[in-house]
Each structure stands twice: as structure tokens, then as C-alpha cells.
Design a protein around this ligand. Structure first.
Ligand code: A3P
Length: 303
């Protein structure tokens, strides 16, 4: 179906491509991105599974990187949704058969992707381009995705259990989670200068520490003066869920950068770590948690 849903059970349809699942309409965009993108050594690529906190990561990275050009009072984030400021390669830049011209973008360039590490263009892997990855508890991702999909009328009655089964099988946006997260984590352990591996829960717990880490990794560390003046705390507050969610641009309107019409508000919900426990019945939470534990056993990953 054109909207990527299955008419019988309202479950989104995905195709298995290059070892991961994605919407069929993105396959040609991905191939074009892989074949044509030329990374520069100072590029920064934000990578994530959908619903891992990408919108937050984009806001933070944009603000950190551009803090000397835009004071917070004049930030483009006040009038533009983070996805329109930092579009995805595979959903925007290389969509509709376009070959983007990045000549006008000043360095360091900031990009975003949901592709798993193994599917990134060689030019990103071989250059000194840096990747900032955000990981999140799989059940929080699953519940967040369920809410996101259910806001569409045709998926309003999508059962959570069906969503969970599909998630476990890996049949979800740029899934499975079980390959995506370890893929980036392994790279971050083997080459910490190449990939910074962040966790949503740790960012919620101590945003100042994580923002500082991001700035250092991205090559634009905060000066002692900035730290003394509370610049990191101000960025943390400016990019917090409540602050971004209350901006007019994120309360009404639709995204411009991606090829489907999504209300900007659909990217801001509760923004909590561990919220999954409030959704299915307690017995289902137990069953889900057990399955996730089994799936992650031996990976060394905790959320
Ligand atoms: P919930 O649905 O659990 O609330 P993505 O940006 O990858 O699509 O992820 C969306 C999730 O990140 C949603 O989670 C959303 O509420 C949360 N989110 C969006 N902006 C955020 C922010 N500034 N701080 C923390 N979480 C945020």
C-alpha cells in the first residue's frame, strides 16, 4: 500500500533490504545516498533508531554547533522544527531521485540518518567524519513508535501486542533494534573518536554531562568561561522537551523536510525513560521485559 500499511491488521509493511527492514519507498533513496554521498572529514552525522530521541539529539547538536552564530534568543529552532533544520539523508536529501548539492553548506556540516552502521556509505566510514548515536530502551522505543503510528487514523486500533511481536522480529523502521544498536556500539568501542554512543536515559539523568561530552566529541568544546556562565545548562533547558514542545512551530504545522506529511507535534510526547511500564498490563510488561532480556543477553547492553 502507498502509505506502507497492511490493510488487514493496520501493521506497517517493511521490506528486508541489505540486512535491515525499511519502507520500500526509501530503498532507491538509500542506494542513491550510498552511491553518491562524499563525506568531508569534519562532517557530523547524527544516527539513531526512530523514536530513540532523534529530535532531541538534532536540537542539541544544532544548538551546540551553532552557538556562536545564534544566541538562544535568536535560535532557528524557535521557528523551525529540528527535522527541518537537520534533515535525514535517506528521507529528504536523497528523496524523489534528487542528487543534493551540498556546496552551499558551511562546515562542519550536520546530517542525520536512521541507517544501521553497516549500510552507511563507505565515504562516511573511511573518512574522519564523526557519528553521534543515541540509543534508548527498546521497550520505550517500541511504545513510542506505537503511539506515533496510532496517531494515524488507519492505525488507530493497532494492538500493542502486535507492535511488540513485530518489534521483536526486527520488522520495524530501520530494524531490527537487535542489530542496529550493537552495530554502532561496537564501532564506538573499537573507534571512540569515530562514534559517540549516547543513551537517552543518561541524557535525561544528566544532560549537562552528556552535552559537554557531545561538544567535545564534535570538536567544539565549551570554554571555561562558557561553563562558568552556565552555557551548558542554558542549552539543556532550551532543548528540553517542555521548552521545544511549547514552541508554536512544534504545536502546529507539518514537517517540510520529509516526504510524508507529519504534524510537527507528533515528535514530542512524554519524553520519559522507562515509560513503557505504564502501557501494557503488568503481566505483559513482565513478558516483554523477559523477552528483551533474552534478546540482549551477552550483548553487554543495558538500558
Ligand atoms: P516518547 O514517545 O516516549 O515521549 P524521535 O525523535 O527519535 O522520533 O523520538 C521521539 C521520542 O523522543 C518521543 O518519546 C519524544 O517525546 C521524545 N522527545 C522529543 N523531544 C525530546 C526532548 N527535547 N527531550 C527528551 N525527549 C524528547
Amino acid at each position: 500500500m502507498a502509505d506502507g500499511s497492511n490493510s488487514q491488521n493496520h501493521t506497517p509493511n517493511f521490506t528486508h533490504f541489505q540486512g535491515f527492514w525499511c519502507r520500500p519507498e526509501f530503498v532507491s533513496n538509500i542506494i542513491s545516498f550510498q552511491n553518491h554521498f562524499q563525506a568531508l572529514d569534519d562532517d557530523i552525522v547524527l544516527a539513531s533508531k526512530p523514536k530513540a530521541g532523534t529530535t532531541w539529539l538534532k536540537s542539541l547538536a544544532f544548538t551546540i554547533l551553532n552557538r556562536h552564530c545564534f544566541p538562544l534568543s535568536d535560535s532557528p529552532l524557535k521557528t523551525t522544527n529540528p527535522h527541518d533544520l537537520v534533515p535525514y539523508f535517506e528521507m529528504t536529501h536523497y528523496s524523489n531521485g534528487r542528487l543534493p548539492d551540498f556546496a552551499g553548506i558551511s562546515s562542519p556540516r550536520l546530517f542525520a540518518t536512521h541507517l544501521p552502521y553497516h549500510a552507511l556509505p563507505e565515504s562516511i566510514k573511511q573518512s574522519n567524519a564523526r557519528i553521534v548515536y543515541i540509543a534508548r530502551n527498546p521497550l520505550d522505543i517500541m511504545v513510542s513508535m506505537w503511539h506515533f503510528q496510532r496517531s494515524k487514523p488507519e492505525r488507530a486500533d493497532w494492538p500493542l501486542d502486535e507492535c511488540f511481536q513485530q518489534f521483536c522480529r526486527g520488522e520495524e523502521e530501520f530494524g531490527g533494534f537487535w542489530d542496529h544498536v550493537p552495530g554502532y556500539r561496537t564501532q564506538s568501542m573499537e573507534n571512540p573518536k569515530k562514534v559517540l554512543f549516547l543513551k537517552y536515559k543518561e541524557m535525561k539523568g544528566n544532560p549537562v554531562v552528556e552535552i559537554k561530552k557531545m561538544a567535545e566529541f564534535m570538536g567544539c568544546p565549551f570554554s571555561v568561561e562558557e561553563e562558568k556562565e552556565g552555557a551548558i545548562e542554558e542549552i539543556a533547558e532550551f532543548c528540553s522537551l517542555s521548552s521545544l514542545k511549547n514552541l508554536e512551530v512544534n504545536k502546529s504545522g507539518t514537517l517540510k523536510a520529509v516526504s510524508w506529511n507529519r504534524p510537527t507535534k507528533s515528535f514530542f510526547r512524554k519524553g520519559e525513560a522507562g515509560d513503557y511500564v505504564n502501557h501494557p498490563s503488568p503481566s505483559a510488561v513482565e513478558r516483554y521485559s523477559k523477552l528483551v532480556e533474552e534478546k540482549l543477553s551477552g550483548s553487554g547492553l543495558t538500558f
